[in-house]
Design a protein around this ligand. Structure first.
Ligand code: NAP
Length: 312
């Protein structure tokens, strides 16, 4: 079989597979659809787990432009796939293509995992629950006990993180986004999910601030965990999101970026003796939860972690 970590299939390949022809091997019954998708580490992580669990199923990556998402999902179902992962830019559109949604997908307004159940398409979201597991693993804290600041709360990953914090009823939630209006939209959604008995003091439990030094300075002292969900930090030349002087040793800083492993934000946080972690643990745990949905059994998390560390 071709190395599924190295091969990116196309919609044309999926059409052929639905007609019983190559090049997608018959064992492939799981895949991630994205656009672009060639850099995805999910095939390496999922195939290592499938092998370790003794499953014959294999996982591929398929490039799918947004306008062809509905067709791609339909083809995968007809080809006998067990399910799919969805990544950029499909997580929102997929909501409308499911026959049934789990609670988290409905509450977060996004789907990253599909399960084919006969002719029915069931949508799940493992990004939010995956974040909860990741934070517990890397910082030994439950998200629900932390005062959280989400940088990039208006983006796909940031809005899922912010809404999961609301579902957890975190005692404080500060939303920051370059385009501030998007953070206000997410704040309005977050407030509907909060259990208001867990509020810290008389303040508004969800605060939106501009991405400006003075506003960050005012809020960061009342924050336990800073999550970077912006794409700033992927390039070495990217400017700082948070001035280094604002980071204190009592903070936990989680950067959803995992390539590079240490972003400038994490480097600044390490220099300030703050606790840090990158986004590899999120990738791991959302993937493990997806695998559990497809196979209905516990995933091989340690095998997946090792495969990811090797692949990255
Ligand atoms: P997205 O939907 O395109 O959102 C991008 C976010 O970054 C938006 O909030 C955007 O603000 C902000 N941003 C972009 N350029 C900026 C700049 N120059 N200054 C300030 N803010 C800027 O992307 P996404 O899917 O959420 O991904 C965001 C990051 O999370 C990426 O680095 C991605 O690799 C990472 N991620 C990691 C995982 C994981 O498993 N670890 C999963 C998903 C995503 P505006 O709204 O103003 O444009």
């Amino acid at each position: 079989m071709s190395d599924l970590s190295q091969t990116t299939f196309t919609l044309e390949d999926l059409r052929a597979r639905a007609e019983g022809r190559g090049p997608i091997p018959a064992e492939v019954g799981l895949a991630v659809l994205g656009h672009p998708v060639e850099h995805s580490l999910s095939p390496a992580m999922q195939n290592a787990a499938l092998e370790a669990l003794g499953s014959k199923l294999r996982y591929a990556k398929i490039d799918c432009p947004p306008e062809q998402l509905a067709e791609a999902i339909d083809l995968a179902r007809k080809a006998g796939f067990t399910g799919l992962n969805l990544t950029i830019p499909h997580k929102f559109e997929a909501l409308n293509l499911c026959n049934e949604l789990d609670d988290t997908a409905r509450q977060l307004g996004a789907v990253n995992t599909l399960l084919f159940d006969g002719s029915r398409i069931v949508g799940f979201n493992t990004d939010g629950p995956g974040l909860v597991r990741a934070i517990r693993e890397v910082f030994a804290f439950d998200l629900r006990d932390l005062r959280v600041m989400v940088l990039g709360a208006g983006g796909g990953a940031g809005s899922a993180a912010a809404l999961q914090c609301a579902l957890e009823s975190c005692p404080r939630l500060v939303l920051v986004n370059r385009t501030e209006g998007k953070a206000h939209d997410i704040a309005a959604q977050a407030k509907k999910l909060l259990h208001t008995d867990r509020l810290e003091g008389p303040d508004d439990p969800v605060t939106v601030i501009p991405l400006e030094e003075s506003a960050l300075r005012e809020q960061i002292g009342r924050t336990d965990l800073v999550i970077n969900a912006t794409s700033l930090g992927m390039k070495r030349t990217d400017p700082r999101l948070v001035p280094a002087a604002l980071i204190t040793p009592d903070l936990m800083v989680y950067d959803m970026i995992y390539r590079p492993a240490v972003t400038r934000l994490l480097e600044d946080a390490q220099n300030a003796n703050a606790r840090t972690a990158n986004g590899l643990s999120l990738l791991l745990h959302q993937g493990a939860l997806s695998l559990e949905i497809w196979l209905n059994r516990p995933a091989a998390v340690d095998v997946m972690r090792r495969a990811l560390e090797q692949a990255v």
